[in-house]
Design a protein around this ligand. Structure first.
Ligand code: GUN
Ligand code: FE
Length: 421
């Protein structure tokens, strides 16, 4: 009897490698010879130095590879997978010339299915285990993306992209239809698999949404306590056009504030052209930010400063923002964030960037209890990053992880202890 109890409680598996993880209480844990022990429930039993770990059972020795939390991509666009690198920017020209024609293809289910499997494969190869994404305005394509994400084993926040103006007819969805489709998605898959899949209310951005649509989005999000994701202050011309479309508002941010769209469950992408009052408003409402530096470089949108959110305690995560971002890899996004910070004369440490790409993102998406760091009690969402030789110090490990990215793919990936790569 006793033996059987022990057997059922035996740890499912353990991985040995060089451990690098941010910690919820601050700081970074580095263990050159580290161990992550995962229970049968997919939760981490232990993460720390191998010496001193109490673990019975087999250990997979992956040294000199790194063990690090799966990356949390807080902002990307599933239907833009095939248009990476279309250099037709700046923003509004790129949307019209490259993005809208491609997103219109997603009314064809077969096309959506093909791209959905490319999308999930590329996320997983890049080491992303949690992703918040915009789909197109097609409810069917959105369901198809969800199915692919579910089958791939990823943790995902998925939004049907709402837009009812200033875009091609084929992409328009009325407020009533957007609400109805969103309610169907809520009933069908929101919260599925213990919350591994969640629905997010996703008005594309202020220009492409009427005021009633934005207000309806705010009301739906409040009713069901849903995440909201949209774009803000990405491009100067966009900012001017926003106030022409919404002349009642006193600022870009005010458009969203008036629609009840600001708050701790809202993720705003870019946040480049904001003033001190805007940042104060974000802090006061608890609104969170998706920093998308590679996208900002590619479209020439400008540079987001990390100083205001850091000073005010506004949560920030990192977004690949494919296809304005040129890579699915948050390692590349970290390197771009480094360049961005340097160009602003306010360098960011690789340690801080790793936090943005993992625990910071999990905080933004409201799942920091479950994912974002390798700590006992959390779900085992982790990646194995190959290395040619041991990393003896935290700096060496971060150099490889953040900057030495010619070989960009992870060799293994786990979500809740289940191997997905
Ligand atoms: N603003 C509105 N839509 C988009 C989009 O698809 N990508 C980016 N980068 N900005 C946007
Ligand atoms: Fe975007």
């Amino acid at each position: 009897m006793v033996a059987r109890v022990e057997a059922s409680e035996r740890d499912a598996f353990a991985l040995r490698g060089t451990l690098v993880t941010p910690l919820a209480d601050g700081g970074t844990l580095f263990a050159e010879d580290g161990l992550v022990v995962v229970g049968r429930d997919g939760a981490i039993r232990y993460a720390g130095p191998t010496r001193g770990a109490r673990h019975r059972g087999p250990i997979e020795d992956l040294r000199p590879a790194l063990l690090t939390p799966g990356f949390v991509d807080v902002h990307t666009h599933f239907p833009q997978t095939r248009i990476i690198g279309c250099a037709t920017g700046p923003l509004l020209d790129w949307l019209e010339g490259s993005v809208f024609p491609e997103e219109a293809r997603f009314t064809r289910a077969a096309y959506a299915r093909e791209v959905a499997s490319e999308f999930t494969a590329r996320l997983i190869a890049a080491g992303t285990t949690t992703v918040a994404l915009f789909s197109s305005s097609s409810p069917r394509a959105t369901d198809i993306a969800v199915q692919a994400l579910d089958e791939a084993g990823l943790r995902a926040v998925v939004g049907l992209t709402w837009m009812d103006q200033n875009c091609p007819k084929a992409l328009r969805i009325s407020t009533d239809d957007a609400i109805a489709a969103s309610r169907r998605a809520l009933a069908r898959w929101h919260g599925r698999n213990g919350g591994r899949l969640r629905f997010a209310v996703t008005p594309r951005f202020a220009i492409s949404c009427s005021r009633p649509m934005l207000e309806a989005a705010g009301a739906l999000a409040r009713e069901h306590e849903l995440l909201v994701q949209t774009h803000v202050a990405e491009n100067e011309r966009e900012g001017v056009a926003t106030l022409e479309v919404h002349p009642y508002a006193s600022s870009y941010l005010d458009v969203y504030a008036r629609a009840g769209l600001l708050g701790p469950r809202t993720v705003l992408a870019h946040a480049i052209h904001l003033g001190a009052r805007d940042w104060r408003q974000l802090a006061d409402t608890g609104t969170t930010i998706a920093h998308c530096p590679d996208s900002n470089f590619f479209l020439g949108s400008g540079r987001m400063r990390l100083a205001p959110p850091t000073r005010l305690g506004v949560p920030v995560g990192l977004g690949s923002d494919v296809a304005a971002g040129r890579s699915f890899s948050l390692r590349r996004a970290m390197a771009s964030a480094y360049d961005n910070a340097l160009a602003l004369g306010a360098p960011a440490s690789p340690e801080a960037l790793l936090r943005l790409a993992t625990l910071g993102g999990a905080t933004v998406l409201g799942c920091a209890q479950e994912t974002g760091s390798l700590e006992a009690g959390k779900d085992a969402d982790l990646v194995v990053v190959p290395r040619p030789r041991p990393a003896r110090t935290l700096d060496a490990a971060l150099a490889g992880l953040v900057f030495d990215t010619d070989a960009i793919e992870v060799s293994a990936s786990y979500v809740r202890g289940r191997r997905i790569r």
